[in-house]
Design a protein around this ligand. Sequence first.
Ligand code: ZN
Length: 262
Amino acid sequence: MSHQTPEDANHHLVQSEDPEHPANLIPSLCAKFWNLGWVTGTGGGCSIRNDDLVYLAPSGVQKELMKSSDIYVLSLAAQTDFKNRTYLRSPPVYKPSQCTPLFLAAFTKRGAGCCIHTHSQWAVLVTLLLETRASSSQGPGSSNNPRLFEINNIEQIKGFGKGYTKQGNLGYHDTLRIPVIENTAHEEDLTEFLEAAMEEYPDTYAVLVRRHGVYVWGDNVHKAKTMCESLDYLFQLAVEMHKMGIPWLSDIAETLPASKTA
Ligand code: ZN
């Protein structure tokens, strides 16, 4: 780039030979997520926090073609108002992502090191099934709450931490619960509802957005990515289970000890 904007003076913040540097990792992760159908048509995205610095993809960029020079950087400590954000480094030709305040909520309210947002069809379908089930008062689970996805007795649930304030991971018989918020016309307007869901479910690492997708966060990139993959697996499984009339919640935990003593 021959000309430099004042913001672009900090271009060095996104220049590194290290493939693990957030400015390199975000494009490589987004290219993988694009192949999974999670960030197609410029939707969805990924943000990484390294101590005080937050690395963000721009709005409207094709996720599989993103470059490290496309990445925004901001300092968490320097922000006084998340609606009027100031950036340490801005790419000259883009606008900041509408997902930014939602990513920042995961970093400031949960101390996350990475947050991933997908528009996965499985996530969208699960929220639609919950909505349909609530209006018809019957369906794959035992409750009819359209604002909560629940599943248990599936091995992949072990991939989730017990919670923000707890040690260890969920067990096979534990129930995984993911809150659902309603979509808004503008992505930024989801922030207050995402934060409210975090308050209501302090141990959750993800929030579904009805007819839209899912936000998943973790202490670091590895944890956020593996939980996002496990969730997508479970969402797909849940959709297929529903088609076959198999409930998402089973009482296998209670029936097993009884059959042992019989
Ligand atoms: Zn989105």
